[in-house]
Design a binder for this molecule. Structure first.
Ligand SMILES: Nc1ncnc2c1ncn2[C@@H]1O[C@H](COP(=O)(O)OP(=O)(O)OP(=O)(O)O)[C@@H](O)[C@H]1O
Length: 273
């Protein structure tokens, strides 16, 4: 069970509802009539084999991919019915951390994080950079990191800085695409912990695409499995891992799945109370 878990959603209204989503590229159908709910305050892990459309789903919700069909309702508003400027107001309530971090290499960290504050929140440079330093501290970076350039940092520090940028405009929903990819196991575990801490402290809702089983066990309240162009199941880890499907059984009960469960069980046994 995730740290600080909030997994009883049956009575809640979803913060995001995806209904009948289809995505086709030429003759290649990635999603067909896909449904998914994201509930306020939860961390939802989105998993599935390579090419099952996890990133396309994320990009469809945040407005970077126009779906072939379907509806995406966020905060009660169907985003597919809005004009581009109306939609962008909603999208400012999203924070997105892409694979690779995508920081500007010619800017130092505080300049990178200040940029959206200047462009979208209209802050003056000095105010934006001060706020940027606060966001960097929130993600666990030391004050001296603010003047460093991305090339001078470790992979873990770049991820934290990219997360600080995703949090710059105080989003309500955070989208993370493979946040621990490329990190060593200790760096990945620290980043997982940071996500849960920030969710708890800031009241975020998190949509997290991952291949990392340790991340699923330590951070996610629910898990959605993409398979055969749909969400095959979206439920607690225990229920998902019991689903009668060959990909799920291989994924959760193959050697890596068993190692992640054993590691998680050892950790929870050590927790007091
Ligand atoms: N803009 C695009 N044009 C054409 N095909 C695309 C486009 N975007 C994605 N695809 C295709 O859609 C499919 C799903 O891609 P997506 O990146 O969402 O998969 P994924 O589940 O995130 O995979 P991975 O785990 O390997 O990152 C892939 O076959 C990809 O080639």
């Amino acid at each position: 069970m995730a740290m600080g878990t909030r997994d009883n959603h049956t009575h809640q209204t979803p913060i995001i509802q995806v209904r009948g989503l289809s995505n086709r590229f030429g003759s290649h159908s990635v999603h067909e009539d896909l449904d998914l709910n994201l509930y306020p305050g939860e961390i939802l892990g989105v998993v599935g084999g390579s090419g099952t459309g996890k990133s396309v789903l994320l990009r469809s919700i945040v407005g970077l991919n126009t779906p072939t069909a379907g509806h995406i309702t966020v905060f009660g508003q169907d985003l597919t019915e809005l004009s581009a400027p109306e939609r962008s107001l909603y999208e400012q309530r999203f924070g997105v951390l892409f694979q690779g971090g995508a920081l500007f290499t010619s800017l130092n960290l505080e300049q990178n994080i200040a940029l959206p504050l200047i462009e979208h929140a209209g802050l003056k440079r000095a105010e934006a950079e001060e706020l940027a330093r606060m966001k960097l501290a929130l993600t666990g970076l030391q004050p001296e990191a603010a003047r460093k350039y991305p090339a001078e940092l470790s992979g873990g520090m770049v991820k934290r800085a990219a997360l600080a940028r995703a949090l710059a405009l105080d989003p309500e929903i955070l989208f993370l695409d493979e946040p621990t990819a490329g990190l060593d196991p200790i760096g990945a575990a620290a980043f997982d912990e940071l996500i849960v801490t920030l969710r708890n402290a800031l009241g975020l809702t998190v949509f997290l695409v991952t291949h990392d089983l340790d991340t699923l066990y330590t951070t996610c309240d629910r898990v959605a499995v993409l398979s055969r162009r749909k969400v095959l199941v979206a439920d607690t880890l225990d229920n998902v891992s019991r689903t009668d499907d060959s990909w799920i059984q291989d994924y959760f009960h193959g050697p890596r799945g068993r190692a992640a469960i054993d590691a998680h069980n050892r950790l929870t046994e050590q927790e007091p109370g």
